[in-house]
Structures are given as structure tokens and as C-alpha cells.
Design a protein around this ligand. Structure first.
Ligand SMILES: [Zn+2]
Length: 147
């Protein structure tokens, strides 16, 4: 782990690629000078953005959510091993939304699987993202973590 890392997360937080898919991901990543690693977890983990975190908002009415409420809900949703990502009534409008569907600035995400590499700066190559998403069969969320 370095101070600045990129995490590529499947938009489906439960997605856990099988051995054949892992091999295809590794083959594709071998063409990149990224020193990428594949992270596998049995339970859904939170991938935070570190010091860049600004705010979290409701996905329906876009009201900013108090960080105190968000922190308590993160605790409540976590069973000690991972996140349930159960629907929670938003404090603003009562809309039921799971933690992974909130609007995070800067981007953060949840998942059982991630591709990570030291951040070379800038945004990931869109061709690489498209290839990896194609192999996984799932759109990817890009999280930049700066500690
Ligand atoms: Zn709302």
C-alpha cells in the first residue's frame, strides 16, 4: 500500500469473480505498468477516499447528509465482518437507500472485490477500464484514496 492508491470496484458490491475471470483480469493487467493487485474479501468492505472526503448526499433529493448520521448508519449496517448494504430511510426525505447508493464526494465505494494499484496520477485509461469492465461483466467505480 502506498499513500496514493487507485481502487477499481465493480458497481455490483457482491460481485466476486471466479478463478477464470481472475486469470483474464491478470492477463489484461499484465499489459499495464501499474503493479496492480486483485483484492478478494468474503464480506463487503468499504473503500474510502482518505483525506479527500468532502460530503455525502441523498440519491433521491440530493440533500447533503449529516456526517454524524452517516457514521452511525455505517456502524449499524456493519455486522462485524462486512456491510449488509440494507436500505436505510434517508434523514432528509425518508427515501430508502443502501449505503452504496448514496452520492459520495469524493467517490467512495463498497465491494467484495477490487483491483488496486499505486496511483500514477490522473484518471485511469478509459480503454483499460472498458476492458476490465467487459471481463467482469460489470461497470467499474474508480476510487482514488489519498492518505
Ligand atoms: Zn433525500
Amino acid at each position: 500500500m502506498s499513500l496514493h492508491d487507485v481502487f477499481l470496484l465493480p458497481a455490483d458490491p457482491q460481485l466476486s469473480p471466479d478463478a477464470a475471470t481472475n486469470a483474464r483480469l491478470r492477463d489484461r493487467l499484465a499489459h499495464e505498468p501499474l503493479a496492480a493487485r486483485l483484492l478478494h474479501h468474503d464480506h463487503v468492505q468499504f473503500f474510502d477516499c482518505g483525506e479527500g472526503f468532502e460530503s455525502v448526499a441523498c440519491p433521491r433529493c440530493h440533500a447533503e447528509i449529516a456526517l454524524e448520521w452517516w457514521g452511525e448508519t455505517m456502524d449499524r449496517d456493519h455486522d462485524g465482518a462486512g456491510f449488509a448494504l440494507a436500505p436505510h430511510a434517508m434523514p432528509c426525505c425518508g427515501h430508502g437507500a443502501a449505503l452504496n447508493h448514496l452520492v459520495y464526494r469524493i467517490k467512495q465505494g463498497f465491494g467484495r472485490f477490487a483491483i488496486t494499484y499505486p496511483d500514477p496520477g490522473g484518471q485511469p485509461d478509459p480503454h483499460l477500464l472498458a476492458d476490465l469492465a467487459g471481463i467482469l461483466g460489470c461497470r467499474l467505480i474508480v476510487v482514488h484514496r489519498h492518505l
